[in-house]
Structure formats: C-alpha cells, structure tokens
Write a protein that binds this ligand. Structure first.
Ligand code: NAP
Length: 481
C-alpha cells in the first residue's frame, strides 16, 4: 500500500514517508516510463528501522522455533495467495517475463516453507569432554540482520536471505536495489499480516552509498548479508570489519558451460542458451562462456545460435515472451560496449548483436547475442557483462577445458555436458565453482547450498547452510563435579 501517491518505507510494520521527505521514481524498463514514486530513505530512516528491529527482536527472538515456524508457514500461504500480484510487480519493475516471474514466486513460497519446516530441526549438540559434566551447544539468533540486495531477481534474492534470518529468530532491515524496490515492500506488508511482529522486517529503499553504508556501519546490526557486485561487496567487507560484523557475500560471476563432443548436442543446443539468456542475461549464474570441444563446435554453434535467434524477445507481460528488456538504458549501453570490444578484439557476431525494432524500441531491449572466435583473454571472456551475450571458446582436451573454465577470478556457477560418467565426476571435482549442473541448466534448489568460490563470494545461501549463517553457536559446559 502506498502513502498517498508515494510507496512508503516499511518501518515498524507501517508504510511511512522518509524522514527527510525525499522520493525517487522507479521505471518500467519495457516502456521507459515511470512506474511508481518511492520514499527515499536516508541515515535517519536506517536508525529508525534498526530501532524498530531491535524492539521486535525482544518478542520474535524469544519465541520457540516451533511457533516461529508456524508463523512462517502462514507467511508462505499468504505469499502464495498473492503470488500473481507480486509476480506482476516483479514483471513490471524488472522487465522479467511474466512466466519467469511466476516461476520465481513458486520458488519464493517453497523457500519460506523450507525454513518454516527446518527451523525446529536445527539444533545444538551434547559433546563428550574429559571433565565430569556436560558440554552443550546452542544455536541462537544473531539479533538484527542487515540485508542489501540487487535488482536482477529482487524478491527471490531478498527472500533467500529474509526467510532463514527470520525463521532463526533474527529481525531484519533490508535495503533493496534502488531500481527495483516494489515487490519486497509489498512482501513486507504481507509478513505483518501473517503475524510476524511489526518491526521484524523493515524495508528502507534509498541510495546504496547512504542507506546501505549506514546499515553496514550501524553498531546494533550484527550481520550483513549482501548480494551484488564484487566491487561493492569488497567495500562492504572492509566497512563491516570496523564493527566485526558477520558478513556473507554473494557476488559476481563469469561462469562456464563446458560441452564435450560426446554430449547430446541436440539437447545442449536446445537447452543451454537458456542458462545465459534468461532474465536477459542479468543473472549472476549466467553461463556466459560456452567452452566447447573443437570437434563439436560447428554443429553445436549452429544449433545454439538457432535457439538464441528463435528466443521470443517481447513485452514482459505477454505470456509467450521469453526475453524481456535490460534493466536500464545504462545497462544496455554497457552491454553494447562489451559487444563492440569483442568485435574489436577479433570476435564475430553469429546471432543478435543489435536492438530489436518496432514496438520494442521504447524499452531497453537487446537481442540474445552469440560471439564466436573468442579467446579467454579477451575482455568479453574476463568481465561480467550482465546482459544477453555469450562468448564461444574452443578446447582440444579435458585438461584444457578445465584450465580455461578455472582461468577467471570468479567461481559461482557452471554447466558441464558429457555422457561419460567418469568424466562427469572428474571435471565436476576439478571446476573451482560453488554450484554446478551436469547435463542440466539448473542446479539451484531450496534444499541445496548456493554460493561462490573465489571472488564470487563468502558463505552460503539456501539449505541448512543459510541457518548456520543466520545464527551464533554458543558452547556451554555444566560441571557435575
Ligand atoms: P551493486 O551495484 O553491487 O548493488 C547491489 C546493492 O548494493 C544495491 O542495493 C545497491 O544500492 C547497494 N550498494 C551500492 N553501493 C553500496 C555501498 N557503497 N554500500 C552499501 N550498499 C551499496 O549490484 P547490482 O548492479 O544491483 O547487481 C548486479 C550484481 O549483482 C552483479 O555483479 C551480479 O553478479 C551480482 N549478483 C550476484 C548474485 C549471487 O548470488 N552471487 C545474485 C544476483 C546478482 P543501489 O541500488 O542504491 O545502488
């Protein structure tokens, strides 16, 4: 709900205007028109939100995990009930095709349910020690957790962090990306409706450099969970060190899709393009380096490029659209700059490489683009493009495939296509990456850990691992001597 015509901050369970009265506009990237005006938080609003979260922690943190689990189940049911409304907000604000946005909402509900059910199955131990007595461990909430999230999957990524944090008994202040605050503001209202105490989940949109930084510096915030670029993440880690905050970072990627000649090339050509072009390539897991065995390259490239060219680029609210616009004009210019740099360094365009014409001209659209003749030292192969561009690189043997895949500062995701079982295991073990799909685009589930190696991050989301990162571990010894 909005405060007048302005989408208010959510602090203490209410929609309110910003302390300094500022607002900013949010744009629909498919039409380049204003979608909403949002209250722009500042340092004072962060202080108010943290104070509200501290108050709510007294009641929420003290509840038994069983009771918290029940409330989280109610929250999941409400989000499920309002899924279409939330999916539409996501679709309009991000430019995400509506069918994808509906899929995201499915995962969001599943993740809340996972933590609602998991939290009373996550407990300490009794540990044998030398002295007479008993050594115990307890899992306890951290307190107030600060979360900072990006614009590419705004609600899904926020929910990956919020659901385990709340289930574990923490309270939350979230700073969403300035480009996409709408869905999580609505979601926070639903949390209150579900019986999660007012102030347990606060949302303060506003500039990263002020709202985000104030959250990272705040002495009453015990942990920062961040998803975004490696550059901003590194700054947050430095800043958070001043108050010894717990920090988890989900950062950028430059993931590989390795294809051996023995793979089912028809299947790879039909499926693998979705692993880079979905969400218009604005995916930290985008398999943006297609590393293919030389002898299979011509056949695979023909199939892969045909799929890429046939993807339905269109208005996000159209049910049949597969690829929507990029998030902003600036993002599209960045993508176009990368394609030019690839061409300057000797690559060739075999699909896409241009903006679509006609009714899509008003939005920030760009066609799925396949660059052939790339080597792993080119800029397009080294830097995260965060757009619909894949670079095709060839290898001669398994060792070279692994060397190229690992020759990157990142290590987030990856795909591997081969029918050879021993090779599946060998290469999967050799790839320095946190998440990997073998003969599959997807390898992300509510139950399994997600997170990066190397400069792609620290800590894990999802699975029981997120509960570890949402709690402190206390060790107690009770003497019976
Ligand atoms: P970004 O520029 O790093 O921003 C991420 C968030 O940090 C935004 O909310 C931003 O606020 C905030 N922020 C910016 N400067 C800050 C500062 N100095 N202190 C505190 N917060 C600050 O990233 P993005 O462009 O939104 O997202 C794209 C990046 O996210 C890509 O690199 C992508 O790979 C990565 N990503 C990673 C994962 C993963 O799970 N590993 C998932 C999705 C995306 P403003 O919006 O106000 O600038």
């Amino acid at each position: 709900m909005s405060v007048g015509t302005v989408e208010g901050l959510v602090i203490g369970g209410e929609r309110i205007t910003a302390a300094e009265g500022r607002t900013f506009d949010v744009v629909n990237p498919a039409s380049a028109t204003t979608l909403a005006t949002v209250a722009e938080g500042g340092v004072e609003d962060v202080n108010r939100a943290v104070a509200a979260a501290l108050r709510a922690y007294e009641s929420w943190g003290a509840l038994s995990p069983v009771t918290r689990g029940r409330r989280m189940h109610r929250f999941a049911a409400l989000v499920e009930e309002r899924a279409e409304e939330l999916a539409l907000l996501e679709c309009r604000n991000v430019g995400m095709p509506i069918s994808d946005a509906r899929g995201q909402l499915g995962m969001i509900v599943d993740v809340i349910r996972y933590y609602a059910g998991a939290v009373d199955k996550f407990f300490g131990h009794t540990i044998p020690v030398e002295r007479d007595g008993i050594a115990l461990t307890f899992r306890e909430p951290i307190g107030v957790v600060g979360l900072i999230t990006p614009w590419n999957f705004p609600l899904n990524i926020a929910n990956w962090k919020i659901a385990p944090a709340l289930a574990a008994g923490n309270t939350v202040v979230l700073k969403p990306a300035s480009l996409t605050p709408l869905s999580v503001l609505r979601y926070a209202e639903l949390a209150v409706e579900a019986g999660i105490p007012e102030g347990a989940l606060n949302v303060v949109p506003g500039p990263g450099g002020t709202v985000g930084a104030a959250l990272v510096e705040h002495p009453d915030v015990g942990k920062i969970g961040f998803t975004g670029s490696t550059e901003v993440g590194a700054g947050i880690a430095r800043q958070a060190a001043a108050t010894i905050k717990r920090v988890t970072l989900e950062l950028g990627g430059k993931s590989a899709c390795i294809v051996f000649a023995d793979a089912d090339l028809e299947k790879v050509g039909r499926m693998a393009p979705y692993a880079v072009f979905e969400n218009c390539g604005q995916d930290c897991c985008a398999r943006s380096r297609l590393i293919v065995e030389e002898s299979a390259k011509d056949e695979l490239l023909e199939r892969y490029a045909a799929t890429a060219s046939g993807l339905r680029v269109g208005m996000p609210e159209d049910d049949s659209t597969e690829i929507g616009p990029l998030i902003s004009a600036a993002q599209r210019e960045t993508v176009e700059g990368y394609v030019r740099s690839g061409l300057d360094e000797g690559a060739t365009v075999v699909a896409g490489g241009e903006r679509p014409a006609g009714e899509l001209e008003a939005g920030f659209f760009y066609r799925p683009t396949v660059l052939d003749g790339v080597t792993n030292d080119m800029r397009v192969a080294r830097e995260e493009i965060f757009g619909p561009v894949v670079s095709v690189i060839t290898f001669r043997d398994e060792a070279e495939a692994i060397r190229i895949a690992n020759d990157t500062p990142y290590g987030l995701s990856g795909s591997l296509w081969t029918r050879d079982g021993a090779r599946q295991l060998r290469v999967a073990r050799a790839m320095r990456t946190g998440v990997l799909g073998v003969n599959s685009n997807s390898s992300v589930f509510p139950q399994t850990p997600f997170g990066g190696y190397k400069q792609s991050g620290v800590g894990k989301e999802l699975g029981m691992h997120a509960l570890e990162h949402s709690t402190e571990l206390k060790s107690v010894f009770i003497s019976t001597e």
